[in-house]
Design a binder for this molecule. Structure first.
Ligand SMILES: Cc1ncc(COP(=O)(O)O)c(C=O)c1O
Length: 428
């Protein structure tokens, strides 16, 4: 836990101000009154802004963000440099290499978005789809719903394949829909965090290739936790987020496009709807185009990129396969502990369970909101309920990256057991 003083820049300022004031506090107060009386400012500084920042320590055992290790926090606290300085370009180049490793891709068009996972989601759709084109979206939780809405908003013809949370799509079902709707893009969520499902990805890339369609995969909740090999699995566009198994603060999102995706997005008839997310600009900003100079497009989140670089460095040091193994081992330990408490796992088939986010079927007779509130109040443990279509169906427990240990699994299980014991059980 960080000492409060580190979290409290406001306290330091207040202290400094106190020293300065100590010479003549009375005259300073009078001065302030006179200043206010003469001021053209009608709205006074808000009381809350004159109090120090307080941030509690929480065990972030929900579906993200996860706790950020001190090494990554320290990287984010390094002094800012200009976003167009050569040293920053070097750091961005490192990030590209780190993402290529994490994604297992040789794609040149690899970068990190200045924004959360949704930014990468929008970037992928906005750049590869033109208004009027057909898009196929598999929906088995909230993330497909989001992509369908994003594609619809930019004027695509959206077709959906829908299953209830926890369901998955067979290659036969996918192939049938590809043949019927002839989409330019097919979207699949690898780690469906709202349902706790790790969707099989093998062979889908081949199908998409055969049907002349780009294969877009969301790995926000699964990257680093569950095996995924972008090039080998013929994924055309892959994105993730910084705040899950990578353990960086929220706000940056790695993404990669292969040659097929680049061909589609750089041969458009009309410009993408978003200037900020236009890959012609972003590819230059990341030094991925053929121009010799990188130009100003937007001011990237410098501290966020420092932190992302460090998180990718930790993954590279640990090794992807070790990280996958660790997530699987800890998840199995957690799953057993959950069943020992008499609870039921939402995803029945072990091979389809997402190791980073476990879903528990809400136990009969309990109010899930009360269970979550109890754990937060008495254990400082965050778990969450469902999201979108899985609301009211599940409680979600995430042990990702830095948080992924048997020690933390025990902590989560203790909090759960205590909540089950103390929260009133109502009739089902
Ligand atoms: C699978 C998946 N996709 C996309 C997102 C959206 O990411 P963000 O909240 O960073 O925008 C999330 C976030 O929880 C997620 O779990």
């Amino acid at each position: 836990m960080l000492p409060k003083t580190l979290l409290s820049r406001g306290a330091l300022l207040a202290h400094q101000t106190g020293l300065e004031c100590s010479f003549s506090c009375k005259s300073a107060t009078l001065g302030l009154r006179i200043q206010r009386a003469m001021s053209s400012v009608n709205i006074p500084p808000p009381e809350c802004m004159l109090r120090p920042l307080e941030v509690p320590y929480r065990y972030l055992f929900g579906p993200g963000p996860s706790n950020v290790p001190p090494r990554i926090l320290a990287a984010g606290a390094r002094p800012i440099i200009g976003h167009l300085h050569t040293e920053m370009y070097e750091i961005m180049n490192d990030i590209k290499r780190g993402i290529q490793y994490a994604f297992q891709t040789n794609n040149h068009m690899t970068l990190a978005m200045s924004g959360s996972g949704h930014t990468a989601m929008e970037c992928a759709v906005f750049n590869t789809v033109e208004p009027g084109e057909s898009v196929l979206v598999s929906i088995n939780g909230v993330w497909g719903e989001r992509v369908a809405e994003i594609a619809e908003r930019m004027g695509a013809k959206v077709h959906t394949m829908v299953k209830s949370p926890g369901g998955y799509f067979t290659t036969e079902e996918i192939e049938k829909a590809l043949a019927k709707h002839k989409p330019v893009l097919f979207f699949l969520t690898h780690g469906e965090s709202s349902a706790g499902l790790a969707h099989p990805v093998d062979n889908v890339g081949d199908l998409c290739l055969r049907h002349n369609c780009l294969f877009l995969v969301d790995s926000v909740a699964s990257l680093g936790a569950s095996p995924l090999l972008m090039d080998q699995q013929k994924i055309d566009i892959l994105y993730t987020g910084s705040q899950k198994a990578l353990n960086a603060p929220p706000g940056t999102a790695p993404i990669s496009f292969n040659e097929r995706a680049c061909h589609k997005m750089f041969n458009r008839k009309i410009k993408p709807v978003s200037y900020l997310l236009d890959m012609t600009h972003l590819s230059n900003y990341w030094g991925n185009d053929s121009k010799s100079a990188r130009e100003y497009h937007h001011t990237g989140p410098v501290s966020g990129f420092f932190a992302l670089r460090e998180s990718l460095a930790i993954l590279a040091e640990k090794g992807l396969e070790n990280s996958w193994r660790q997530h699987r081992e800890v998840a199995e330990y957690l799953w057993k502990g959950i069943e020992d408490l008499g609870l039921k796992l939402f995803i029945k088939d072990k091979d389809l369970r997402l190791p980073s986010v476990t879903t528990i079927a809400i136990p009969d007779g309990y109010d899930w909101k009360e269970l979550l509130a109890y754990m937060m109040k008495h254990h400082q443990v965050e778990m969450t309920g469902g999201l979108g279509p899985s609301i009211g169906m599940v409680i979600r427990v995430g042990l990702m990256g830095y948080n992924c240990s048997k020690f933390n699994a025990d902590k989560a299980l203790t909090a759960l057991a205590d909540a089950l014991k103390h929260c009133p059980k109502r009739r089902g």
